[in-house]
Write a protein that binds this ligand. Structure first.
Ligand code: COI
Length: 364
């Protein structure tokens, strides 16, 4: 094969991958980088091609997990323009996360400008398929070359992105869940309420356990009483209750060990506007089982930047009491109404009354 033929084969393969991107593998072309030091604060902003990093093997972030990140999405509206969903909220949560790890705060305007720059440069990679988006991944990590157990003095902020299909595929399929009885995601006083890398690696063994039990995801219970439902995998949960007086949409309240999801927050408002009663309340796993059996809880769904709104069909609890199905095991009408409302908002099909969509000027 000639070099020209090889280049054209690579281009064709990339185009095919972009049309069927999966989740997390099809990186866009550019990245933003900035450094922090005690003497200079945030300095040396650089925007350029996505490329490998060169780092010292004894970097603090690598060994002690002084690493925080975010996840937010850019969408193409039906008129062709690009918008980012609530970047200022994500910038604020990133500040909360980095503070928790004794890291410096990245100013909101630097965060949002980096997002704008990356989307302006790479938006052409996003097709018009409404199931696809660009997922932006800001990350900050400790760069001191030291194995002393102390906070780093120097940090690096990076922003990269990938073309995203659905986290669970491009169709809205329900997921089955295993209640994790062996592991906890977060403890009071821990880091469950912020988005730090150390929250995720310990969840993998529970995910493997769920998969071995024939389930797709894991549901976390609180660490103290081991009965209050907290999250599903890396996503927030909602329960739909049909009561005599109407439909209630309930999500576990933020106790400090749950991540305050930006999508969770948006759905509380969207649900109210759609005519449901939206509330934050603790729900126990026994309640979940009993209220499903009684036909009170009729639907359950997970939500997040990656998951958008994903129905939960069935639950397996190794602690006994048997498995149960949520409603008829199919995506329910309230779940699908809320999902549609959110997706329509992303794509500019309904007015953005809350100012959640941040437009990014792009040329096309
Ligand atoms: C998200 O929903 O964006 C998350 O960060 C969860 C996971 C994909 C890391």
């Amino acid at each position: 094969m000639t070099t020209l033929e090889q280049t054209s084969t690579v281009r064709t393969a990339r185009r095919a991958a972009i049309l069927n991107p999966g989740h997390g593998d099809i990186f866009t072309d550019h990245m933003f980088s900035m450094l922090w030091s005690p003497a200079d604060g945030w300095h040396q902003p650089e925007f350029g091609p996505l490329q490998n990093l060169s780092m010292h093997p004894g970097m603090i972030g690598l060994h002690y997990g002084q690493v925080a990140f975010e996840g937010l999405k850019a969408h193409r509206r039906v008129d062709g323009s690009m918008v980012v969903f609530r970047p200022h909220e994500h910038a604020r949560r990133f500040q909360t996360s980095t503070r928790r790890l004794a890291m410096p705060e990245l100013p909101t305007d630097i965060f949002v400008n980096a997002v704008d720059q990356l989307i302006a440069a790479d938006h052409e990679l996003l097709s018009d398929d409404p199931a696809h988006s660009i997922y932006l991944r800001p990350i900050m990590f400790a760069t001191d070359e030291s194995l002393m157990l102390r906070p780093s003095e120097n940090y690096r902020f990076l922003l990269m992105a990938f073309v995203a299909g659905g986290f669970f595929g491009d169709r809205v399929d329900s997921v089955s869940v295993l209640i994790s009885r062996d592991y906890c995601r977060a403890i009071p006083g821990g880091t469950g309420g912020v988005k730090v890398a150390g929250n995720y690696a310990p969840s993998f063994v529970a995910l493997q356990q769920a998969q071995a039990a024939g389930c797709q995801q894991v549901v976390w219970l609180d660490a103290v009483e081991r009965r209050w439902v907290e999250e599903m995998g890396g996503m927030n949960l909602f329960f739909v209750r049909s009561t005599g007086t109407g439909t209630e949409v309930v999500t576990p309240e933020l106790t400090g060990s749950l991540l305050p999801g930006v999508t969770r927050n948006a759905l509380l408002s969207i649900a109210e506007r759609a005519g449901y009663r939206a509330r934050e309340e603790r729900i126990s796993v026994e309640q979940w089982r009993e209220e499903c059996a009684e036909g009170i809880i009729t639907e359950v769904f997970a939500c997040g930047t990656a998951a958008v709104v994903t129905p939960v069909s069935s639950v397996r609890d190794p602690a006994g009491g048997g498995d149960w199905t949520v409603g008829d095991g199919q995506p329910g009408p309230v779940t699908m109404t809320l999902r549609r409302a959110l997706v329509d908002l992303h794509h500019g099909l309904v007015p953005d009354t809350d100012g959640w969509l941040h437009p990014v000027p792009t040329e096309r």
